[in-house]
Design a protein around this ligand. Structure first.
Ligand SMILES: [Ca+2]
Ligand SMILES: [Ca+2]
Ligand SMILES: [Ca+2]
Length: 312
């Protein structure tokens, strides 16, 4: 059985299971993996996990000897209709806000479908339906009218720790960090991404605040006493009238733990300059906070540069 949870028609709260590979007994390992047969047995699942022209998101759930050893076990989390709050465990999960797993009984002679055994009980007892002609049908389906439903994917991380990549067609990858071994959590039909420190709100059919995967640490090393300039450029498709834009320059000894620089003042406006001083040892980045068109607080973190070199 794959770690999977499906919500129903209402507003659900779904949490992925915090399972690490060591929690699974070796003997159970094959049982925890999806096979091609399982994929085919659940209608619609292949189409969801293997979108045309997209990556193969089924692989993370399958027995795959070439796959890197995962840090945790991927969850398949489906919200269904309604405004759902869905939290994976941050380990290459697949989260769909709209789809759900529908299990029905089918009378194979006529093709009639029933949501529960009770619905055809009387006809079985009367002899009209032979129990041998009843099949279980499992399907991943999406109800047609999802307008107005706002599904939220929750990550127990600050926004700056992940990269968001929009793949189109409602698919978004959330990459945890810079390790090339990391695999992204994949979101589909999710309107809002909630982080520890901010919320990223989606527009129709996608999620804004999308950047390309952060370039590996640039070999740009600023020098103490050399002025740096940061400019906030907003994608007009996503934000047209940002307000309360403010910059905060941060330093880190290890490109990991960040704190505001004591040298820099928090600055308002669309451009900010900063001259690293003697206390600014290590790496530098800038955090831009602003209110989007809906007045929703958001923040963007720049890629880091450094380490800062001492003045010659
Ligand atoms: Ca739901
Ligand atoms: Ca939903
Ligand atoms: Ca949705």
């Amino acid at each position: 059985m794959v770690e999977a949870l499906s919500g129903g028609a209402g507003d659900d709260v779904l949490r992925g299971m915090e399972i690490i590979p060591a929690d699974i007994l070796d003997a159970d390992r094959p049982l925890n993996r999806l096979t091609e047969e399982h994929l085919l047995r659940t209608g619609g699942l292949t189409g969801l996990l293997r979108p045309a022209g997209g990556a193969d998101y089924a692989l993370r759930f399958m027995a795959n000897p070439l796959a890197p050893v995962p840090v945790g076990v991927s969850n398949l989390l489906l919200g269904g209709s309604g405004s759902d709050l869905i939290e994976g465990n941050g380990t290459a999960d697949f989260i769909d806000g709209d789809a759900y797993l529908r299990v029905q009984l089918e009378y194979s002679v006529t093709g009639e479908r029933f949501d529960s055994g009770r619905d055809l009980e009387a006809r079985v007892f009367s002899g009209e339906i032979n129990p041998g002609d009843i099949n279980i049908v499992r399907e991943v389906v999406t109800d047609p009218d999802q307008a107005g439903a706002i599904d939220t994917a929750v990550f127990a991380l600050p926004r700056g720790d992940v990269e968001i990549v929009d793949l189109g067609n409602g698919y978004v990858e959330v990459w945890p960090g810079d390790d090339p071994e990391d695999r992204p959590t994949v979101l589909h039909n999710i309107e809002v991404i909630q982080f520890n420190d901010c919320t990223v709100t989606g527009t129709e059919g996608g999620v804004p605040d999308v950047r390309q995967r952060r370039a590996r640490r640039a070999d740009r090393s600023p020098t103490e006493g050399q002025e740096l300039t940061a400019e906030a450029v907003f994608d007009e498709d996503l934000v047209t009238t940002p307000t309360d834009v403010s910059f905060s320059w941060e330093i880190s000894p290890d490109d990991d733990d960040w704190a505001p620089s004591v040298t820099a003042d928090e600055e308002a406006g669309l451009v900010s300059t900063f001259t690293p001083g003697v206390d600014d040892v290590g790496f530098l980045r800038v955090v831009v906070t602003f209110l989007d068109d809906d007045g929703q607080p958001r923040s963007i973190v720049s890629e880091s540069v450094g380490p800062v070199e001492a003045a010659p």
